[in-house]
Write a protein that binds this ligand. Structure first.
Ligand code: OOG
Ligand code: NI
Length: 460
């Protein structure tokens, strides 16, 4: 009987969630169709650019999902379910700092090795409710949330056992793999269980993310996001099909310089019928509108210095827009043209972007080889290939959450006594958390050492 490796489990997991979500949210199927058209047309028009940040096979299959869980016990279980498919927690995002604040902290489960990412880069942004946060929940509600969440089962024991087996063996035998995929997919399906209307609405008054997490007895995919090579083109084509997108593409503006980080846009899915348990105990139907269609374009990963400067430029855009009242895309383009490195070479020169390096094979005989990176690049001895950004942006994430809020909820800003920070999550999640900058830097350093060695230079 054949053995299913983790990358294949991951690819199949992404596909089966995609099938599920397509049956649940029909507009998602349209989005995937339009994304494929956009990618095909882009590749036909710009064959030299299309695969610079990943093969067309990778990009076409590429998805990220978003799920939300109730506490650290559930997050640690999610870590096992994803770990089975070679997806590890990377990065920490505190959305309670967002504007408006959202009562969750998050991480992203994804493959961390280059070849694993190339085989299938499926990633899931996973948020955990912080019931202890007094800015959102009083002591009574915290207690009730903890009881509700503590007594539910998101992931059946059989699934967790199979997940552990896959982690132990780096994959599963065919029959186990099929069962794992069946159970893992089912764990993220929308539940037909009736929603307690009073409880749901009490949480919703505070935050609709809180009710989406703690108001129902199971979790579900909040959105599943395909990747496109030209997000502006996609935006127009979706509008042309009559799907109303949010009014902006989040992240850096479209411009003539290098694309960095992540650009995303979304549309609100239709209201979905759900069963409700009313105050008098009767069961009725109603609808909830919590899910999304989202799409993204990915660019070059930035170093911490590059990222800090990116965040600074966003603040400049905010200020200038506030002062002038001009449309944000116009202001952003102006700021980018003034202040953003205009070429990949400049990103390297300022150490703003992550790149892999490779020797070109240009002869070194009799040459007096320069030793610095830029001179080696300019002289044609080595080439730089951009490393694609594999993570998320808190500001865009907050934008997705915010477009999900029916109202801004109520927040008491005066008393935060909870330390639900990165080190807390790392201590409690049960598996190693990774720092995204370290992952990118390690990849770059390995390639650089190899390139240098093949030129016969000693690394410094
Ligand atoms: C997650 C929002 C974050 C993204 O693409 O930035 C996200 C959520 O709504 O649960 O998916
Ligand atoms: Ni997303």
């Amino acid at each position: 009987m054949s053995f299913v490796e983790q990358w294949e489990l991951r690819a199949r997991f992404a596909r089966s969630l995609s099938e599920l979500y397509g049956t649940e949210v029909p507009a998602y199927t349209t989005l995937v169709e339009v994304s494929s058209e956009v990618n095909r047309d882009f590749q036909a028009k710009h064959p030299e650019l299309a695969e610079r940040l990943g093969s067309i096979e990778r990009v076409t299959a590429e998805r990220h999902g978003a799920i939300r869980v109730g506490d650290i016990r559930e997050l640690a279980q999610a870590a096992r379910v994803f770990g089975a498919a070679g997806m590890h927690p990377v990065g920490f995002y505190d959305l309670r700092d967002a504007n408006p604040p959202i009562p969750v902290v998050s991480t992203a489960f994804r493959p961390i090795d280059r070849d694993e990412l190339a085989k299938n880069p499926f990633r899931v942004f996973t948020s955990m409710l912080v019931a202890e946060d007094r800015r959102f929940f009083n002591a009574e509600l915290e207690q009730q949330l903890k009881e509700f969440i503590g007594s539910r089962t998101l992931f059946p024991e059989e699934l967790l056992q199979l997940a552990d087996k896959s982690i132990e063996q780096s994959g599963l035998a065919q029959a186990d793999a099929d069962r794992y995929l069946e159970l893992a997919t089912a764990a993220f399906a929308l539940s037909p269980e009736p929603v307690d209307r009073q409880w749901y609405e009490r949480l919703e008054a505070i935050s609709s993310v809180a009710s989406d997490i703690g108001g129902v007895a199971s979790t579900h995919i909040n959105h599943l996001t395909p990747r496109v090579l030209d997000i502006d083109d996609l935006y127009q084509r979706m509008q042309a099909r009559g799907i109303t997108m949010i009014d902006a593409i989040q992240g850096p503006p479209r411009w003539e310089g290098p694309d960095v980080l992540l650009r995303q846009t979304s549309f609100r899915a239709l209201a979905e019928p759900r069963n409700f348990k009313e105050a008098d105990g009767s069961i009725g139907t109603g609808d909830l509108r919590v899910r999304f269609g989202e799409v993204e374009a990915r660019g070059i990963a930035l170093t911490e210095a590059g990222r800090n400067d990116y965040d600074r430029m966003l603040r400049v855009v905010d200020e200038r827009q506030k002062e002038s009242g001009r449309p944000r895309p116009e202001v952003a383009l102006e700021v980018w043209r003034e202040q953003c490195p205009a070429s990949e070479r400049e990103l390297i020169e300022r150490d703003y972007g992550f790149f892999n390096f490779a020797a070109t094979g240009k002869s070194v005989d009799g040459e007096n080889l320069p030793t610095d990176l830029l001179a080696l690049l300019d002289g044609g001895w080595i080439v730089a290939e951009p490393i694609v950004y594999e993570d998320f942006l808190p500001r865009s994430a907050a934008g997705i959450f915010a477009s999900n809020l029916s109202g801004e909820g109520t927040v008491d800003d005066s008393q935060d006594e909870t330390a639900r920070d990165q080190s807390w999550m790392a201590r409690h999640i049960g598996v190693t958390m990774h720092n995204p900058y370290e992952l990118y830097a390690a990849e770059r350093d390995v390639s650089f050492r190899e390139a240098i060695a093949s030129l016969g230079l000693a690394p410094d």
